[in-house]
Design a protein around this ligand. Structure first.
Ligand code: AMP
Length: 610
């Protein structure tokens, strides 16, 4: 029997999980009843892992023990430049792993970025399992449209560690439009403007008869809500009395408090014209003799908009570039969809409506729409709600390195996927017995200015004159953006193939180890859940046994087939409950709990009615 399938929006700041029932997508609330889960992972001083809201609370006291916005680094290669620029954005240091992958140093541990994402995905999986009361192992996971091959594969790796089989990786704007199309049967050209916590994506989609074709994508992976928060934080720091300013700006806890206050003010300004800001205990929290200062100020919407000017400009630049790429006029969009919490900001809405010449579509919840679309697609892929039709385009051009430091493009940017392309090359030198074929990604025709994804090495070439050894290079790009490259010596038929997987992927034994760790954590979390359901059940059982005794007494006093049947029914229910509790079967316990609640509750009511 197939288990439930879910759609996951793995966001930079928040994540959400959804599923489909009776053809309607819905958000699965997490185990604390919230619809969104902060994409945060932390470790308490005793080393206990906390994820989501609990990690957010931990960050208020121990900011250095909580990792946030790690999605910015997933699947990327460590470099000293990247680590240095990250220092300005996140408090945790980035270190390099054995294959150049990024790891973070957090609470005395060094964790691969994919493990951090796996912890968030694992938490959402547990939430879904608590909701369905049974294991969940298949998901559609969304990524920003501008994620490259390595980032997509790293996201898959994270899902693998979390014990999830990825049915498909889907672009976030595509998922949003899927959800939108489902609810309004829209046909035409849609613009998806997605400004989240840490990334910005703009996509043009053509939607026709349930087919969503991504015509063009663009974005800025370093632009999001956090940057708007940072502008407010800098403004707040400037207001700290001069004698404290330096200390405050170097104190992690003070900066964390300012960040929380800034984000809260930003949200408030989406509703009101002015937000009061009050932050206590700003100073050096590590000093022996602590002296603190308090900051009380107010931020108006107008001033927030002025502070955000450089960021609005950047948003518009991206929009202009996407329009130019697609050779389309902003006003030619039939509908504009907003995605991401930041699109609740009135400035952003205004920017969008001014640029595209129309109001954004209503009725789409910007925080949830991506997860809902992912769930719809998951349901389609698992064959539960019709045919799955999704056509995406490549976000980057792909090519091979040729003589003179040049790149020959095989697949251009914005080509619909899946796509295959082939080309014949010749070895650089006569008599060459080995050919190295480097694979590049990027828009430049210079190898130096492009990103090297990997290389295929073809051995045992037929020794001959240069033109005698034709080598065919074939690129295959899957619908998820995974590139396979094959090179073949056409004179001998000898071929080498490589999957340009996450260049920074973890070793297989490490993935296995992390997977086991995650399973162990999931087991202990589900045990906690089972224990809490068992507690409720044991209380209900006691009440039900008492009820059974009373019913038996009643049946003896007033015998009859109806009384006997009632006693028998309650007793069989008690037996079922005892069995479920003995076997610690979560699904059965939950079911019998519901029935017992109905029974004991009803009896109580009828007793009180006597
Ligand atoms: P996402 O990653 O799409 O969940 O976006 C989260 C970002 O949206 C964060 O930077 C939040 O501060 C921001 N955000 C969420 N709700 C609001 C709101 N009502 N007003 C302003 N910003 C918001």
């Amino acid at each position: 029997m197939d288990g439930p399938v879910i759609g996951i929006d793995l966001g930079t700041t928040f994540s959400a999980v959804a599923s489909v029932e009776a053809k309607r997508p819905y958000i699965i609330p997490n185990r604390t009843g919230e619809r969104l889960t902060p994409s945060l992972v932390g470790f308490t001083p005793t080393g206990e892992r906390v994820v989501g809201e609990r990690a957010r609370l931990l960050a208020e006291e121990y900011p250095e023990s909580v990792a946030f916005a790690t999605k910015r680094f997933i699947g990327r290669r460590w470099s000293s430049d990247l680590a240095a620029s990250a220092r300005a954005v996140v408090p945790y240091p980035l270190v390099s792993g054995p294959s150049g992958e990024i790891r973070i140093r957090l609470a005395g541990k060094v964790l691969p970025i994919t493990q951090v994402s796996a912890m968030v995905l694992g938490e959402l999986k547990l939430d879904a399992e608590a909701h369905f009361k049974r294991p969940v192992s298949q998901a559609v996971v969304t990524v920003p449209a501008n994620f490259d091959d390595g980032q997509r594969n790293a996201t898959k790796e994270a899902a693998r560690i979390a014990g999830l089989e990825v049915l498909r990786i889907v672009n976030e704007p595509t998922a949003a439009a899927v959800a939108y199309g489902l609810s309004s049967s829209f046909q035409g050209r849609a613009l998806v403007f997605d400004l989240g916590g840490g990334t910005f994506d703009v996509s043009i989609l053509e939607v026709e008869k349930g087919v969503f074709q991504v015509k063009a994508t663009g974005g800025d992976p370093y632009l999001g809500g956090e940057d708007f928060d940072e502008r407010i934080v800098q403004w707040l720091v400037a207001q700290v009395p001069e004698t404290f300013r330096d200390v405050v700006s170097h104190d992690k806890l003070s900066m964390q408090r300012l960040k929380v206050a800034a984000e809260r003010a930003k949200r408030e300004l989406s509703e009101v014209e002015e937000a009061a800001i009050s932050v206590a205990e700003l100073g050096d929290h590590t000093a022996t003799h602590r002296r603190y200062v308090e900051l009380n100020t107010a931020l108006t919407r107008t001033f927030f908009e002025a502070l955000s000017e450089p960021l609005s400009r950047r948003c518009l630049n991206v929009c202009e570039k996407v329009m130019a790429d697609a050779e389309l006029e902003p006003r030619s969009m039939d509908v504009v969809l907003l995605v991401g919490g930041m699109t609740r900001v009135p400035l952003v809405r205004r920017l969008v409506s001014d640029f595209f010449g129309k109001q954004a579509a209503a009725g789409v919840n910007p925080d949830e729409v991506v997860a809902l679309g992912a769930a719809v697609h998951a349901s389609e892929l698992s064959g539960r709600s019709g045919a799955a039709l999704l056509i995406d385009v490549t976000a980057h051009s792909l090519g091979v390195g040729v003589l003179g430091g040049k790149v020959r493009r095989l697949i251009g940017r914005n080509t619909p996927v899946p796509v295959a392309a082939r080309e014949i090359f010749f070895p650089g030198r006569a008599g060459q017995t080995e050919a190295r074929i480097p694979v590049y990604q990027g828009e430049s025709d210079s190898a130096e200015a492009s990103v090297k994804l990997g290389e295929v090495v073809l051995h045992d070439l037929t020794v001959g004159k240069r033109t005698d050894v034709p080598i065919e290079v074939c690129f295959e790009l899957s619908s998820e953006g995974t590139l396979s490259v094959r090179a073949m010596d056409l004179s001998t038929g000898l071929a080498e193939a490589t999957r340009i997987e996450a260049r920074t992927e973890l070793s297989q034994p490490e993935v296995e180890k992390l997977r086991e760790e995650q399973q162990e954590y999931a087991r202990s979390e589900s045990e906690k859940l089972t224990d809490s359901v068992a507690d409720v059940l044991s209380d209900l059982l006691q009440r039900a046994r008492k009820l059974a005794q009373n019913l038996e007494v009643g049946a003896r006093e007033n015998p009859g087939p109806e009384a006997d049947a009632t006693v028998a029914r309650v007793q069989s229910l008690i037996e079922a409950a005892e069995q479920a509790a003995r076997e610690k079967d979560l699904g059965a316990m939950a079911e019998v709990t519901r029935t017992l609640e109905g029974l004991v509750g009803k009896r109580k009511l009828s007793r009180s009615g006597n």
